[in-house]
Design a protein around this ligand. Structure first.
Ligand code: PRP
Ligand code: URA
Length: 204
């Protein structure tokens, strides 16, 4: 259930994101670019309903998206992945889950939650970094409790440990990522990774 982007543009953008000299303004633009590629990949299988139109030349039966979508960023860094969804799917609903990792223990603490109805909708949980997987598992638990059945996790960089943690607790949730990196360091940052995504996105 792990999908890793293979498009050369994804590698190009990710390499620039990894570069420590990339400043927040460029970092945000690059996050938007890779977010678009990920959003397209994560929605390849969206159902369509048939829809009849008249072209200027003849009648035609085409298709329109059949399901409403919900995107749920894990605050704060997940906010950097919302705009691509709004650009591609203007009717998307947005929910918010606030989780923050403690710098000493790397355990995520919940501080905010505001969600639209989730039942019967495709729910995309977005967070750029899947490190230990603690934040993603907590968010997916919460989304399930709130009625989400059709769930996917969309990240920019994943670690093997993070993927294993999500697969152990939520084996039916597909994970879409632009990169599967090597490992975590002792502070539970991803290697080679790109550092603290939230800090680089917002210049903190
Ligand atoms: C980062 C990231 C994830 C989490 C991943 O957020 O955006 O939410 O760490 O780590 P994990 O897989 O080990 O849980 P952080 O807690 O640093 O908060 P921020 O988004 O406010 O910067
Ligand atoms: N959060 C980040 O922002 N980066 C990491 O490498 C791990 C968690």
């Amino acid at each position: 259930m792990l999908h890793v982007l293979t498009h050369p543009l994804a590698t190009h953008v990710l390499t620039r994101l990894r570069d420590r000299t990339t400043e927040p303004a460029s970092f945000r633009a690059l996050a938007h670019q890779v977010g678009l590629l990920l959003a397209l990949e994560a929605t390849r299988d969206l159902p369509l309903r048939s829809y009849a139109v008249n072209t200027p030349l003849e009648p035609h039966t085409g298709g329109l998206l059949a399901e409403p979508l919900v995107v749920v960023p894990i605050l704060r860094a997940g906010l950097g992945m919302v705009q691509p969804w709004l650009d591609l799917f203007p009717d998307v609903s947005v929910g918010y889950v606030g989780l923050e990792r403690d710098h000493q223990t790397a355990q995520a603490r919940s501080y905010y939650c505001k969600l639209p109805p989730l039942a019967g909708r495709r729910v995309l949980c977005v967070d750029p970094m899947l490190a230990t997987g603690g934040s993603a598992v907590q968010a997916l638990d919460l989304l399930r409790e709130q009625g989400a059945a059709d769930l996917a996790l969309v990240v920019i960089v994943a670690s093997p440990a993070g993927v294993a943690a999500v697969e152990a607790k939520h084996p039916d949730v597909p994970i879409f990522t632009a990169a599967l990196d090597r490992e975590l360091n002792p502070q539970k940052y991803i290697l080679p990774g790109l550092g603290d995504f939230g800090d680089r996105l917002y210049g903190t």
